[in-house]
Ligand binder design. Sequence first.
Ligand code: PEP
Ligand code: MG
Length: 302
Amino acid sequence: AANVALPRESDELATSGAEGVGLFRSEFLFLHQDTLPDEETQFQAYRKLLLAANNHRVVVRTLDIGGDKEVPALDLEKEQNPFLGYRAIRICLNRTDLFLVQLRALLRAAQYGALRIMFPMISSVDELRNAKQVLREARDLLDAEGVDYNPNVKVGIMVEIPVAAVCADVLAQEADFFSIGTNDLIQYSCAVDRINEKISYLYRPLHPGVLRLIAMTAKAANENGIECGVCGEMAGTPGMASVLCGLGVTNLSMSASAIPAAKADLAAHSYAECRELANSLLGAASAEDAENIFAEWREDAK
Ligand code: PEP
Ligand code: MG
């Protein structure tokens, strides 16, 4: 599947070989403008995306602002640790007025295709329950007003905070699907600011600790009969499709331009080979050892 943020990217869906949208970064409807998009504007945008996806699944992530993404219309205070601060679902659960507008638009748009709702930055089952409660309120409001919507929308979460990965067995009982956000999962688990170039050498997707968190999440999903995807940059990094598949991940979403190479990567290896690779990476002593194992494997696969 493809990751989509900018409108231009949904125009590329048909030609990229993508089977749907695994991550729509809905916050892009909110950035760089002085007013917030109203329900109708959002409804039209989600509907357009569903029509472009041609009956394939579209996973819309609810508003993930804060961190490095500023929304001028919200006038949020500057924080000392924005990535650890007031952002994403934390804002939505506090500003349910905003959240309700988005959820209403999503429920209405879901009549036009296979839309799924995904909550970002979930750190506990309480947050998931609270978010689902607001979703119920959105449905009640639409019911009361007699507005048409699709009541059967699957609701999943991004697993991108290490405690969510560790407690994935609990979360899997109440989420319809998982999508691992490796960009943030690596940032938080390795304690490395993802946009600070001075320490980018510590940002290691193949750190065995990161791989163990991914494997744990996928195992919990599998045992509870739900899908576990990856929608961070790692999914589209050359060769990583095999690694993630071997770790138990069942869906991948990436920038459209990375899809052909990822498909070729998966087609060139059996599932047993992917598992063997993943097991040796999980057993590596360090990120460097794992990177060497991975590089050798890539060399042999040529
Ligand atoms: C992620 O954290 O991996 C992710 C996909 O979300 P974003 O990059 O938008 O934080
Ligand atoms: Mg993220």
